[in-house]
Design a binder for this molecule. Structure first.
Ligand SMILES: [Zn+2]
Length: 406
């Protein structure tokens, strides 16, 4: 990819935040991602904390551990240890119980000795587990959240397996592009001050070891430590399923405050021929939005305002009983629960619904995964795929990036 252009203030600011926040918001005993090691070198495989959404807010969880393990509190004190486990972690009025053992702490780690040794409700994971208690108003234990801490490269492997069909024919280069984008996005988020990443598509879909394929492993190994950079800082490498005919400008759809040239949007006309979707947005949804936003008790009509060069909806106006309000297309996509902002037609029907037809899936910013798979099948290298969807961004090893970090 071409060399980076001169720095923008936003990215210098982000770089500065990295320096300021790098060590302050992370957990005890956890190395901040990319934190300098003694001797000034950045950790080439920093730890990542992942929130496992399907166990969030639970009261019990079946946990299996192969080999030796220990339970450690936030100060590093060992509370219990054992060899092998197949028992629930659960809470009662007295707090946690791990199998027969009471754990007297609101948060703690379970650390297996071996790799790939954790089994959570029949899914296998690599890394160590963290439990965080939530208490109700009377301060009684109510539920807990489960987080997994694992090295960045192992995390990226789980994301590649969650985000793309790793066994699809000709996908090898797309998998590599996905690995680089996933690694860049994760580090950008964590270095920007986020403590953990969700394992859902709100960040990146992360899968257990049961989903890992040799194809995905090869892609992660081949791109080990490689990240996308812009202005000598990590690029927020967003990506989405299918652009519908052209990718979105991150600044226009509200993902970034300033223009980021690699995320300004590129045409991808082949995706316009992709599958068409049609969805009805019911009157109850429209009225709820009208009430929520002070437009009156009921929704009346919608006026489309602005589209980008590819045809993606940028802005529209909702007219309610009492007032009128402008909306960003991306916000309407979320409010209406639609697959994309690439709308080809909109009509009001008698029951008060709006029927929308369109193409594309996802927010449209950054790499188009369907496009990446198509380019990969055409024989394009991952560098070319990344250059296509993040034009002007550079490719750097994490070590080189941290060496030149201001
Ligand atoms: Zn596309």
């Amino acid at each position: 990819m071409p060399a980076s252009p001169p720095p923008s203030r936003l990215l210098l600011f982000l770089g500065l935040l990295t320096l300021i926040w790098g060590g302050s918001l992370l957990l005890d005993r956890q190395a901040p991602p990319g934190a300098p090691l003694p001797g000034g070198l950045a950790d080439p495989d920093p730890l990542v904390l992942v929130r496992l959404e399907r166990f969030a807010g639970g009261e019990a969880l079946e946990l299996g551990i192969r080999g030796r393990w220990r339970v450690v509190d936030d100060l590093g004190n060992m509370l219990h240890e054992g060899h092998g486990l197949d028992a629930p972690v659960r809470i009662d009025s007295g707090g946690y119980k791990v199998g027969p053992w009471r754990v007297r702490a609101d948060s703690f780690w379970i650390e297996p000795e071996g790799d790939d040794a954790l089994v959570l409700d029949q899914s296998r994971y690599h890394g160590r587990l963290r439990f965080e208690l939530k208490r109700d108003r009377l301060l009684l234990p109510e539920s807990f959240d489960v987080l997994l801490e694992l090295p960045l490269e192992a995390y990226v492997l789980g994301v590649v397996c969650g985000e793309l069909p790793t066994l699809a024919e000709g996908a090898a280069e797309a998998l590599k592009a996905q690995a680089v984008a996933a690694r860049s996005y994760a580090l950008w988020r964590l270095r920007g001050g986020r403590r953990s990443l969700s394992d859902s598509p709100s960040d990146q879909r992360f899968r257990s070891i049961d989903w890992v394929t040799d194809e995905a492993r090869r892609a992660v190994n081949a791109t080990q430590g490689l990240v996308l950079v812009w202005d000598r800082a990590l690029l927020p490498a967003w990506y989405h399923a299918n652009c519908g005919g052209g990718t979105a400008n991150a600044a226009v759809v509200g993902f970034s405050r300033e223009e980021i040239r690699p995320l300004a949007g590129v045409p991808d006309p082949i995706c316009a021929a992709g599958p068409v979707w049609e969805r009805a947005v019911g009157p109850e949804v429209l009225d709820r939005i009208a009430v929520r936003d002070g437009l009156g008790d009921s929704f009346e009509r919608m006026v489309l305002r602005e589209r980008d060069v590819s045809g993606r909806l940028i802005s529209a106006v909702l007219v309610g009983q009492d007032a009128t309000l402008g909306y960003r297309g991306e916000d309407l996509r979320r409010d209406f629960g639609l697959p994309s902002t690439f709308w080809s037609s909109l009509r009001a029907v008698q029951d008060g619904s709006l029927v929308v037809r369109g193409t594309g899936r996802g927010h449209g910013v950054g790499m188009c995964q369907d496009g990446a798979l198509r380019l990969s099948r055409e024989g394009r290298a991952f560098q070319e795929i990344l250059g296509r969807y993040y034009p002007g961004a550079g490719l750097s090893s994490l070590a080189d990036l941290d060496r030149t970090d201001p």
